[in-house]
Design a protein around this ligand. Structure first.
Ligand code: E4P
Length: 267
């Protein structure tokens, strides 16, 4: 049963489009185990949010991977340039190095903007490693290429999404991920989170399998808000991910616990 039919068969009002049932991928298993389960409301958090790191820096990717919570990496031409990675051979070597660190989901962006060029580059990138997700810009030839890749079973990430209509088109073309750029919208005084909320509603209305990859994240609050709205994935700099660890009361509480323990043990 698809998300849309789950929504329609729900016996009571769902809290919000953004929190509605999204059991694609899990529903078969659930229904197999318990056929009448599909008539129930399934909370949005039935699926875990994925964490990607938004960098081409190998040390930071390794650090995030060591934390044990990393599901993937997103890169873009600016992030590659920031690490000084230039020239086709070096770029390919770098993607291979990233793939060696993480388990899956390495977004590698094409540079071409015409259909043939995107296909050529995308196929070459996808052939590097099965972990590669071909990142394609939201342009006309990009949408055509996403449809082509989708038919061939090549995963794609449609990047530079700034409107719900763009996300809908990319989902219709079969994108694996769409990347709405939260921070860049906030930067121009437009509510980035609203875009993600709108996309969530649209995808849930029709049961699109395309995952919402919240990108251009600036800090920990963006991550938390994306989780509240129901983004499937966040991609963030290491600093935003590790900032989730922090709370002054945790530090104070731990210092007190350790001091009390030391006092009681006569140390
Ligand atoms: C990721 O896929 C995007 O390219 C990235 O998040 C953009 O982030 P920025 O707005 O910080 O450059």
């Amino acid at each position: 049963m698809c998300r849309a039919s789950l929504l329609r068969s729900a016996p009571f009002e769902l809290p919000q489009g953004g929190n509605a049932a999204r059991v694609e991928g899990c529903s078969d298993a659930i229904e197999g185990a318990c056929p009448f389960f599909s008539f129930l409301y399934v909370p949005h958090n039935f699926l875990q949010m994925k964490f990607f790191i938004d960098t081409a820096n190998l040390a930071q990717i390794s650090e995030a991977q060591d934390l044990g919570v990393l599901d993937g990496v997103t890169t873009n031409p600016s992030l590659m340039a920031k690490e000084g990675i230039t020239g086709d051979d070096n770029i390919i070597k770098h993607y291979r190095a990233i793939c060696d660190i993480v388990d899956d989901n390495v977004s590698a962006e094409v540079i071409a903007t015409d259909f043939e060029g995107i296909i050529k580059e995308g196929e070459a990138l996808a052939a590097l490693n099965s972990k590669i997700v071909v990142k394609v810009p939201m342009i006309k030839d990009g949408i055509k290429a996403i449809k082509y890749f989708s038919d061939k079973g090549i995963r794609t990430n449609c990047t530079l999404i700034f409107s719900p209509g763009q996300a809908l088109l990319a989902a219709k073309a079969g994108a694996t991920y769409v990347s709405p750029f939260l921070g860049r919208l906030d930067d121009i005084s437009t509510e980035g989170l609203q875009l993600i909320e709108d996309i969530r509603l649209i995808f849930d209305n029709y049961g699109y399998k395309t995952q919402i990859l919240a990108a251009s994240i600036r800090g920990p609050l963006h991550i938390v808000n994306c989780a509240k709205i129901g983004a499937d994935v966040i991609t963030a700099p290491l600093s935003a991910i590790t900032a989730l660890l922090k709370h002054p009361l945790t530090d104070i509480g731990l210092a007190t616990f350790l001091a009390d323990h030391a006092k009681a043990s006569g140390k």
